[in-house]
Design a protein around this ligand. Structure first.
Ligand SMILES: [Zn+2]
Length: 179
């Protein structure tokens, strides 16, 4: 398979040097999961540029992205505005439906308990995750909200799609913040 990713250096206004991931020849991608995760990473880059924790997400239905978003907590002074919540709200508007039947959520980092709860309530079919979250992950790493068979709806969960690329911005962000 052709590697669709080129890593280029980029300098942020903060002076932190990061690797930007550019998508090339997307139509040649054999793996749709990588394509959609790359779109989520593009969203995470927007968060990074806005000095937000760089997590991005997209929601896909019938192989089309119907919603995308990134963390906007600081911008909106709102602790619930995680990328996944923003995406779920947008997809619900687009589909004019509170339930996102047959939708897939791609997110660069494992959803927290709040977002995992929203994913279950939205009846999202599958969650595809870049990197695990050792502190807040609620898809099996710290808690198991997504994938908990005691709940009414159990989305499929898959880890590790573009794990390294998805982690890149997070590493750069937290290195710069030193926390
Ligand atoms: Zn969350």
């Amino acid at each position: 398979m052709i590697n669709p990713f080129h890593l280029l250096d980029a300098i942020k206004p903060s002076g932190i040097q990061i690797k930007y991931i550019l998508i090339n020849n997307m139509e040649n991608l054999a793996d749709k999961k990588q394509l959609f995760m790359a779109a989520a990473i593009e969203e995470a880059k927007i968060a990074y540029a806005n000095d937000e924790i760089p997590i991005g997400a997209v929601i896909v239905k019938d192989d089309k992205i119907i919603a995308k978003g990134c963390n906007r907590n600081r911008e909106l002074n709102n602790p619930v505005k995680h990328a996944e919540i923003i995406c779920i709200e947008e997809a619900s508007r687009v589909l004019n439906n509170e339930r996102l039947i047959d939708c897939e959520l791609y997110v660069t980092k494992e959803p927290c308990a709040m977002c995992s709860g929203a994913i279950v309530h939205a009846r999202i079919k599958r969650v595809i995750i870049g990197a695990e979250d050792e502190k807040y992950g609620a898809c099996g790493t710290v808690l198991n909200v997504c994938g908990n068979k005691a709940l009414n709806h159990v989305p499929d969960v898959e880890f590790g799609v573009l794990r390294e690329e998805a982690s890149l911005l997070l590493k750069a962000f937290f290195k710069g913040k030193r926390y």
